[in-house]
Ligand binder design. Structure first.
Ligand SMILES: C[S@@+](CC[C@H](N)C(=O)[O-])C[C@H]1O[C@@H](n2cnc3c(N)ncnc32)[C@H](O)[C@@H]1O
Length: 313
C-alpha cells in the first residue's frame, strides 16, 4: 500500500485526530513537542511507544542474545535499539516510510552504539520479508495487525514471538497480555497501554503415528486452528481419551487416558515438532511414574492452512 493511498485511510485520520485532541488537552509547554513531532508516513501516524512499555514488550517477548528483531513501522527506532542495547539481541532491522524518522532512528542507533547491528530502512511493511526475525514488534492499528497476520504466520519460523502495543490480532488468542498504567501516554487510550504476545505455532495438523513404551500402536488425527488443537485417535486399538493439548511454538503436549489390559493409564506426551516428526518424552502413571522417549511421525493429511484468515500457510 503506498502512502498516497494511505493518506485517505480513516484509521490514519482517527489517530491524527487523537493526537490533536491530546494536544488540545495539554498546556503550552507540553504542546510544543507534539506539534514538532514527526507525523510518520504510510498507513498509520507516528506515535512513539512510551519507553516503559517498550521495556515491558522486550521482557514479555523474552528478547535475548539469540534474537533478531524486526520492528514494522519503526518510528525513532526505540523498539529495536532497546532490544539490542538493553536486552542484548544480536541485531535487527526497522522499516518505515518516513525519511526523517528513518534518519533519526539511524542517528539514535549510532548514539547508542548499536549501528553495527541494526539498520533502519525505507520499506513498506507489507512488502517486507520478515522471515529472518525471531521477534517482531508492532505499534500499529487493529486493522493493520489483522492485515499483517497471515503474512506473519506464513513467513515467521515456529516459535517466533510477536509483541504488539495496544492492539490485538482479532481472534488469534494472545499467549500473554498485560494492561499497564502509563500516566505520560496521551494518545489511543490515554494513561493506559496494553501489551500482547503471540508465539507462531508449528503446523502439526494431519495424521500421526507412534508407539507406546510397551510397543502398542497409537494413531491420531490432529485438527489445528492457530495454536488450538483437536486430537482424536486410538491407542492399542481402543479410543484414546485426550484430556489436554497445548501447542506453544514447536512445543506440543498431549495428555491422554489410554486403556491397556483392562486398566486406564494416564500418559503425558511432551515433545518438539520439527517438520514431519515430534521428538520428546512420555510420562506414564501406573504404580510408579515412568518417563520414556516419545517419537511421532506424520503419515499424511497436513492441512493447507492453520490460519482461517489466510489463503495458504
Ligand atoms: C505508531 S508508530 C510506531 C513507532 C515505533 N514502532 C514505536 O513503537 O515507537 C507507526 C510507524 O509506522 C510507520 N508506517 C506507517 N505505515 C507504514 C508502512 N506501510 N510501512 C512501513 N512503515 C509504516 C509510520 O511512519 C510510523 O513511524
Amino acid at each position: 500500500m503506498d502512502s498516497s493511498h494511505s493518506k485517505a485511510d480513516p484509521s490514519r485520520r482517527r489517530l491524527l485526530a487523537a493526537v490533536a485532541v491530546a494536544a488540545a488537552g495539554t498546556g503550552a509547554a507540553a504542546l510544543a513537542p507534539l506539534l514538532r513531532a514527526q507525523t510518520g508516513a504510510g498507513d498509520v501516524v507516528y506515535v512513539p511507544t512510551p519507553q516503559v512499555v517498550v521495556n515491558r514488550m522486550m521482557t514479555m517477548a523474552r528478547v535475548g542474545p539469540s534474537d533478531f528483531v524486526i520492528d514494522l513501522g519503526s518510528g525513532d527506532g526505540r523498539q529495536l535499539i532497546t532490544a539490542v542495547a538493553k536486552f542484548g539481541a544480536k541485531g535487527g532491522r526497522g522499516f518505515d516510510l518516513d525519511d526523517e524518522l528513518l534518519r533519526q532512528a539511524n542517528e539514535n542507533a549510532k548514539k547508542q552504539g548499536v549501528a553495527d547491528r541494526v539498520a533502519f530502512i525505507r520499506r513498506n511493511m507489507f512488502e517486507t520479508d520478515v522471515s529472518a526475525a525471531s521477534v517482531i514488534t508492532l505499534y500499529l492499528l487493529p486493522e493493520l495487525n489483522l492485515k499483517l497476520r497471515p503474512k506473519l504466520l506464513a513467513e515467521l519460523r515456529p516459535g517466533s514471538r510477536i509483541v504488539s502495543h495496544d492492539y490485538n490480532m482479532g481472534d488469534w488468542q494472545a499467549e500473554e497480555s498485560v494492561t499497564m498504567q502509563v500516566p505520560e501516554k496521551q494518545v489511543g487510550n490515554p494513561g493506559v497501554s496494553y501489551v500482547y504476545l503471540w508465539i507462531v505455532p508449528a503446523n502439526v495438523s494431519g495424521n500421526w503415528q507412534w508407539k507406546l513404551p510397551g510397543g502398542q500402536p497409537v494413531e491420531v488425527a490432529v485438527r489445528q486452528r492457530l495454536q488450538d488443537l483437536e486430537v482424536r485417535g486410538t491407542a492399542a486399538g481402543r479410543p484414546m481419551n485426550v484430556s489436554l493439548t497445548t501447542l506453544r511454538g514447536e512445543d506440543v503436549r498431549i495428555s491422554a487416558a489410554v486403556e491397556l489390559n483392562g486398566r486406564t493409564l494416564r500418559h503425558d506426551f511432551v515433545g518438539r515438532a520439527r517438520g514431519e516428526t515430534i521428538e520428546g518424552t512420555v510420562r506414564t502413571f501406573d504404580r510408579v511414574e515412568q518417563t520414556s522417549p516419545w517419537s511421532a511421525v506424520r503419515t499424511g493429511g497436513r492441512a493447507a492452512s492453520i490460519d482461517p484468515s489466510a489463503g495458504t500457510r
